[in-house]
Write a protein that binds this ligand. Sequence first.
Ligand SMILES: *Cc1c(COP(=O)(O)O)cnc(C)c1O
Length: 394
Amino acid sequence: MGKTDWKLRTKLVHDGSRRSQYGEVSEAMFLTQGFVYETAEAAEQRFIEIGSDEFIYARYGNPTTRMFEDRMASILGFEDAFACASGMAAVNGALMSLLKAGDHVVSSRALFGSCLYILEDVLGRFGVEITLVDGTDLAAWDAAIRDDTALVFLESISNPTLEVIDLKHVCDVAHAKGALVVVDDAMATPIFSYAQACGADLAVISTTKHVDGQGRVLGGIIAGTRDVIRGPVEAYMKHSGGAMSPFHAWVQLKSLETLDLRVRQQSGTALAICEVLDGHPKLNAVRFPTHVAHPQYELAKSQGESAGTVLTIDVKGGKDACFKFLNALDIFTISNNFADAKSIATHPATTTHARLPQEQKDTLGITPGLVRLSAGLEDAGDLIADLLAALETV
Ligand SMILES: *Cc1c(COP(=O)(O)O)cnc(C)c1O
């Protein structure tokens, strides 16, 4: 059976593995910055042309990091990938390597705060023109993408409001105008990612989230065609210093072995929580893209089997009631990460999205009662009991 026939679970365990002369079973961690050349001529040759099993410096590439890149590219369905120090190094790297002064970019408005900072503050300073649209409004995308648009950026499922974007439609409109599509797929998870299938040119994923999945290390990946990844992306990343640490690549390679099991379990728990909390008298709303109560349920279902591991609830009674609920939780920890094995509750309005002006919070639907819940690996019944007991105190 050829590698290309491998199913996802097999790829997650084996793809991209390289063995050293010792024949180790578990992937080796090459915690080395540099590499030795037998002769001066060999060094000269390696700087002229670098072979697929050769390395120069860990900022450019490293055997452990390369295993991680190859496995990530394979599971996301892209030809190649570059591993970055964090999800934001990946977002910044993808955009900075592909854009120049004077370019026009269209992006959905509902973005992770740091992504919005890169687009508006950083790229804006270098003369890139940004048009922000309501990502759920197809006509808004059609009107905003122009003949001279260079790139379209979006989060396939937005953080924290869980808006779903019709990715196939946006890719078709962008490609008709010759624009590249870069998808931030952090919320969708690598397991349920549909970026490549819908025609996106690049997927960027914070591997800090589900890939590590255990709250330990930062990481990010940029996946795309070999020409783009080993062309402008690698050139920008290797010279600007955003490469992933080999230690983090090793931790996350081992995490990939269990990614499918963890994500499916956590996603099932998120759905089970929605089913119990939907219609609860203390809540205004419960949202999870692949739960029927979500306004874009049909679209979400048509794009992916399930929609990540994060749901939102809107607690009645504003900030005070919401804080009372949060403080009464026993198993859910109050934190701002998501996708951890430990279930996490986040209050976006006062933490991750506190910096946004009130008007923008209103437009995005970041209400005082909104809580982002990341379903972990604990027993689903225990988590539901924890949420119900905390709601009783409100
Ligand atoms: C977390 C996140 C990022 C940034 O990832 P880091 O690994 O924290 O740098 C970018 N985009 C989205 C949608 C995220 O959720």
